[in-house]
Unconditional design. Structure first.
Length: 195
């Protein structure tokens, strides 16, 4: 079974195509028009081992908000489709990732009940031209559309770049574990029989 998906979404604000392969090698080809965000998505791909292609043309002359939020939505939809019925997955993953002084915990449950629980205070409002508050906006759309319960918690940190990058990498590493096949599980890992 191949766990791949391609999702397209076009609105008055963004035109997006995302392709994922959950059983890849962390190969990415990202172009959103937002440099720091491309860097974060590349890290997400590399550390989850998910192959990821993202093309987005957004209204960045307004700001980066629509691009970042809508890519999160479409990426979440692609992952949900690629997961299919979730048969045989590990379902849960939890990882703490350090990046210099920053340390971020990510815990994932591929529950079908998508929600973000965010405790990642970031002092500086910008990383270059990127609004740091958009990190949360990305993960909200992503978690809801992927049907993933996602906890992100900053344990310590000062540098906004380090904090956000640690959050993306921690999420990626937790997803990698949760996406993996569990050879001891033949069906859906839930007492309800579905996720």
């Amino acid at each position: 079974m191949t766990r791949t998906a391609t999702i397209s979404r076009k609105t008055g604000e963004t035109d997006i195509v995302v392709t994922v392969d959950l059983d890849g090698h962390g190969i990415s080809d990202i172009d959103t028009g937002v440099g720091f965000f491309d860097h974060m998505l590349t890290a997400l791909s590399r550390h989850s081992l998910m192959n990821l292609t993202v093309r987005c043309k957004g209204d960045t002359w307004v700001d980066d908000h629509h691009t970042v939020e809508d890519v999160g939505i479409v990426l979440g939809q692609a992952i949900a489709q690629a997961l299919g019925d979730k048969r045989g997955i590990r379902r849960f993953g939890s990882v703490s990732v350090p990046l210099d002084e920053a340390l971020v915990l990510a815990a994932v449950d591929i529950s079908g009940r998508g929600e973000l629980y965010w405790d990642v205070p970031i002092g500086p409002a910008k990383v270059g031209t990127f609004d740091t508050e958009l990190g949360k906006e990305f993960f909200i759309g992503f978690a809801r559309q992927a049907g993933i319960t996602l906890h992100l918690r900053e344990l310590c940190g000062e540098n906004a770049h380090h904090i956000l990058e640690a959050a993306f990498k921690a999420c990626a590493r937790a997803l990698r574990v949760a996406f993996e096949d569990d050879p001891r599980v033949d069906d859906v890992p839930s007492t309800k029989g579905s996720l």
